[in-house]
Design a protein around this ligand. Structure first.
Ligand code: ADP
Ligand code: ZN
Length: 734
C-alpha cells in the first residue's frame, strides 16, 4: 500500500500531550517533548530546546515515555515548512535500521539545507501609497518616480529608480516619507515544468517495447525493472519515456547518476527532450540554489530531479519514479558517515512509496542479475546499438609478445592503431585508471620508497603540479633533493605510469596531435568537465587521455580507437568483486568506441590475455562470465547469496585499539551460519594518522545480521578516541 494513501488524516497531537522529536544529530533516537500551545502533526518541523541550545527537528510520532512527563520540556516554534512526508520518515527509519546508523544521522541527510525550512523571502518591491501623505515635499525627481510608480507594477528600489531616470536615493527618500510602501513579491518558481508535448525520438521496435514496459509500470505500484542494454543502445531515451509518464501523471521523477558533475551531455539531452533543465542535486550547488531546489522538491514544483546518491534523501512531495542509471557503478556506495548503497536504497525507497524503480546499465551488477533470477526484478533487454552502429571490435594486446620499448607504456600494436585513427581524421582515447605521473617513486641507490607519513600508501608523483601527493589524505611535498634514507642526491626514479606519463609519451610519439588529459585533477567542477567534453564532441581534440572519468556515458561520434593502457590493473588484490568490476569498467570504456557510423576498435594491453575477464570482453560473453561469478559466490556464500558486513575500528593509539579489538573478538557472535573473521590490520593499516583494524562478519541469508551486530557492539564499551564504523554490504576492503 502507498504511504500517500495512508496519510489523508494524520493524527493531531494536542497541546499538553507528549511527542517524540527526531533531531538531525547522531543521537541514539528521538527525544520526548511536551506539545506547546500549538497542536502538531507528525512530520512538522519544530524548534526544541536541547541543553542550552535550540535545535530544529521533526515530530516523529508518539512519545516514547522513557522520561517522566513532568520533566519534559515544551516544543517551541513550528516552522512554516511543509511537514516531512510519512514516506520520507519511514525511509529514514528503514535506512537507519539497515545500516545501523543513528536515525538522526540519516535524518541529517534529509535536512541537509536548514535554511530551506524558513519561508522564502520574496523580492522587496515598492508601490505607490494613495493618496500620498499631505506633507510630502514635492521635487521634479520625486514627481518622476511617483508617475513611474503609478504606471508600473511594483518594482525593486533599483528598478524603479532606473525606470524613473533618477538616483536610488530619491526612491529611498520617498519610502521614508511614506509616499511609497514596500511589499513582497512572490518568488517565481525555481524550475519550469517539462514540456511533454515535444516529440521524443522515434524509437526502434526494441526500444519501444522496453519504453512501453517502463511506462506501464508508472502508476502501477512497486516494481523494479533492470534495463540491460549494450552501450549506445539508447537506454537514456528509453527511460525518458518513463520520466515523461511520471510527470504526466502529476508526479515527480528522480534520476540518480553516479557522477552528476560529469554529466553535461546527459543534461543537454534532457533539455532537448523536455525543453527545460531538470533540477540538479549535487555537492557543487551554491547555497541559494540548494535552498530553492530543496523547497521545490518538497512542494512538488521540481518535477524531475537528477542527482548524485544524496538526492535519494530529498523530501519529495510525490515521487512517482526512480531511475538509477549506471546502476553497477561503485560511486553509488557511500562509505563515510552513514554507509549505504544508493542503488539498493533506491529500491527500498521505491517499495516504501509503492512506485517503480528502473535500474539501467550495460553491465548490470551481479546483485541485480541475481534479483532477476529470483524473480524480484524484471529484465528488459536492448541487445543492439542504436541506428545499426556495430559493437566495437575488442582485442587483447599480449604485452609479453608485443612489449613497449623500455621506459614506455604503449605497445607497437596500440601505437599503430592510434596512427591509423589520426590518419583517417578520427579520434582516440587512452584509458589508465591512475592519476598523476607515476604511482611510486624510489631511490635508485638504496631502494627507499617515498611513503605518506599518515597512511599506508605510496606518494604519487604529480609532475604537472610539481608535487608528490598522498591520494588518501592529501599530504603533499616537493620531491626531496636527497633520499631521506641514504642521502644520495638526485637518485629518485619514477616507477610505473600514471595518465600524465602516458600523455607525455603520446605527445612525443604523435607530434601535432591535439591532446587533452581528463582526470579529477584537470577537471575540477562541472564547468571544466563540460567544456572538455564539448571540445572532444566538436572534434577540437584528437586524443583524450584519462582515468575512469572518461568512461562516463559520453557519446563522441568520431571516436573510433580506445586503448586500455593497463587492463590488468583492477584485477590485483583479493577483492570479492575485482573481476566483475574490471569487466564493468572496461566494457564502459570500450563502449565509447565506434558509437556512430564509423566502426570502433578497442585494444586491451594485458599480461593475461586468457584471464576470464579478458576473454569475456573479447568474445562478448558477459553473461557466461557473470554466471560463473555467481556460481563462485554461491559456493562460498558470499553476497548476494550470503550476508556480509565489515567492522572497521580505528584510533590514534595502537595499543588502545588492539586492546579493544581483542575484547570485542572474545565476545564475537557464534552460531550456525555465522563466521567472524579478524580482527586483522586493514590493508590500509594507517589512514590519516589513525590505525585501523577490521572484522568481517559473514552470515547466511536467514541470519538477521543487523540484530547480531547491534547485540555484539552493545556488549563492549568503546574506548575514547576509537571509532567503530559499520559497513553493511561492503564494497571496498581497504
Ligand atoms: P546508452 O545510454 O544505452 O549508451 P544512449 O541513450 O546514450 O545509449 O544513446 C546513444 C546515442 O544514440 C545518443 O546520442 C542518443 O541520443 C541516440 N539515440 C538512441 N536512441 C535513439 C532514437 N530512437 N532516435 C534517435 N537517436 C537515438
Ligand atoms: Zn596520506
Amino acid at each position: 500500500m502507498s504511504f500517500d494513501s495512508m496519510t489523508s488524516t494524520p493524527p493531531i497531537m494536542a497541546p499538553g500531550t507528549c511527542v517524540a522529536v527526531l533531531l538531525p544529530l547522531p543521537l541514539a533516537g528521538a527525544y520526548d517533548y511536551r506539545v506547546g500551545d500549538e497542536p502538531l502533526r507528525p512530520g512538522d518541523f519544530v524548534e526544541v530546546p536541547l541543553g542550552r541550545r535550540v535545535q530544529v527537528g521533526v515530530v516523529w510520532g508518539e512519545a516514547k515515555g522513557d522520561v517522566a512527563e513532568a520533566k519534559l520540556r515544551p516544543v517551541g516554534r513550528r516552522l512554516a515548512a511543509l511537514p516531512l512526508p510519512e514516506v520520507s520518515r519511514a525511509f529514514v527509519d528503514w535506512v537507519a535500521r539497515y545500516t545501523l546508523a543513528p536515525a538522526g544521522a540519516v535524518l541529517k541527510m534529509t535536512m541537509s539545507v536548514p535554511a530551506a525550512l524558513e519561508p522564502p523571502r520574496g523580492l522587496a518591491a515598492c508601490r505607490r501609497v494613495d493618496p500620498p501623505p499631505a506633507d510630502l515635499r514635492a521635487t521634479p525627481a520625486r514627481a518622476k518616480v511617483l508617475a513611474a510608480a503609478a504606471a508600473l507594477p511594483p518594482l525593486t528600489v533599483a528598478d524603479l529608480a532606473r525606470e524613473a531616470g533618477v538616483g536610488i536615493g530619491v526612491v529611498r527618500g520617498l519610502v521614508e516619507a511614506k509616499a511609497l510602501e514596500m511589499v513582497e513579491l512572490p518568488t517565481p518558481p525555481a524550475f519550469q515544468r517539462p514540456d511533454l508535448e515535444r516529440p521524443g525520438p522515434s524509437l526502434s521496435p526494441g526500444q519501444r517495447a522496453a519504453a512501453d514496459a517502463l511506462v506501464a509500470a508508472v502508476g502501477s505500484g512497486f516494481s523494479v525493472q533492470l534495463l540491460d542494454g549494450v552501450t549506445g543502445s539508447g537506454k537514456t531515451e528509453v527511460y525518458f519515456e518513463a520520466v515523461a509518464a511520471a510527470v504526466a501523471r502529476g508526479g515527480q521523477a528522480l534520476v540518480l547518476l553516479p557522477e552528476i558533475a560529469l554529466s553535461s551531455q546527459w543534461l543537454e539531452r534532457f533539455t532537448r527532450r523536455f525543453g527545460v533543465k531538470p533540477a540538479q542535486w549535487h555537492s557543487e550547488l551554491g547555497d541559494a540554489r540548494r535552498r530553492d531546489t530543496w523547497r521545490a522538491v518538497a512542494d512538488g514544483s521540481a518535477r524531475v530531479v537528477v542527482g548524485a546518491r544524496s538526492a535519494l534523501f530529498l523530501p519529495f512531495k510525490d515521487l512517482a519514479l526512480i531511475v538509477v542509471d549506471e546502476e553497477h557503478d561503485g560511486a553509488f556506495k557511500q562509505e563515510d558517515g552513514v554507509s549505504y548503497h544508493a542503488r539498493d536504497m533506491a529500491v527500498v525507497r521505491a517499495q516504501l512509496g509503492a512506485i517503480p524503480a528502473v535500474l539501467a546499465s550495460a553491465t548490470p551488477s551481479l546483485e541485480s542479475f541475481a534479483n532477476v533470477q529470483a524473480g524480484r526484478y524484471v529484465r528488459l533487454h536492448l541487445p543492439d546499438r542504436h541506428a545499426g552502429a556495430q559493437m566495437p571490435d575488442i582485442q587483447a594486446v599480449d604485452l609479453r609478445r608485443h612489449p613497449p620499448p623500455r621506459g614506455q607504456w604503449l605497445s607497437p600494436l596500440l601505437v599503430e592503431a592510434l596512427e591509423g585513427a589520426f590518419a583517417a581524421g578520427e579520434q582516440a582515447m587512452l584509458y589508465l585508471n591512475r592519476r598523476g605521473y607515476a604511482p611510486l617513486t624510489l631511490c635508485r641507490g638504496c631502494g627507499h620508497r617515498l611513503q605518506c607519513p599518515h597512511c599506508t600508501a605510496w606518494l604519487v608523483e604529480h609532475r604537472s603540479a610539481g608535487r608528490l601527493i598522498c591520494h588518501h589524505c592529501g599530504y603533499r611535498i616537493r620531491l626531496p633533493e636527497k633520499c631521506p634514507h641514504c642521502e644520495a642526491v638526485d637518485s629518485f626514479a619514477a616507477c610505473g605510469p600514471g595518465v600524465e606519463r602516458v600523455a607525455e609519451e603520446a605527445e612525443a610519439r604523435f607530434p601535432g596531435i591535439r591532446m587533452a588529459v581528463m582526470t579529477s585533477d584537470t577537471c575540477q567542477g562541472p564547468h571544466a568537465a563540460a567544456e572538455l567534453v564539448r571540445k572532444v564532441a566538436d572534434h577540437e581534440i584528437d586524443l583524450l587521455v584519462g582515468t575512469q572519468i572518461v568512461a562516463k556515458g559520453y557519446h563522441f561520434p568520431m571516436l573510433t580507437v580506445v586503448g586500455v593502457v593497463d587492463a590488468d590493473l583492477g584485477l590485483e588484490g583479493g577483492d570479492l568483486r575485482a573481476g566483475e568490476r574490471t569487466l564493468q569498467l572496461l566494457s564502459q570504456v570500450a563502449g565509447r568506441a565506434g558509437r556512430a557510423e564509423r566502426p570502433g576498435r578497442v585494444l586491451l594491453q594485458t599480461y593475461q590475455p586468457d584471464h576470464p575477464v579478458m576473454r569475456a570482453l573479447r568474445s562478448g560473453t558477459r553473461d557466461a562470465f557473470m554466471a560463473r561469478e555467481a556460481e563462485a559466490r554461491r559456493d562460498c556464500a558470499m553476497p548476494p547469496y550470503g550476508r556480509l558486513a565489515a567492522l572497521i575500528l580505528s584510533g590514534p593509539d595502537m595499543g588502545v585499539l588492539d586492546g579493544f579489538a581483542a575484547r570485542l573478538s572474545r565476545k564475537a557472535p557464534v552460531g550456525a551460519g555465522i563466521e567472524v573473521l579478524g580482527p586483522a590490520p586493514a590493508p590500509m593499516a594507517l589512514l590519516r594518522g589513525r590505525h585501523r583494524r577490521r572484522f568481517l562478519v559473514k552470515a547466511v541469508r536467514t541470519v538477521n545480521l543487523q540484530a547480531l551486530l547491534r547485540d555484539w557492539l552493545g556488549r563492549e564499551e568503546v574506548p575514547g578516541g576509537v571509532r567503530v564504523q559499520v559497513d553493511i554490504d561492503p564494497y571496498s576492503f581497504f
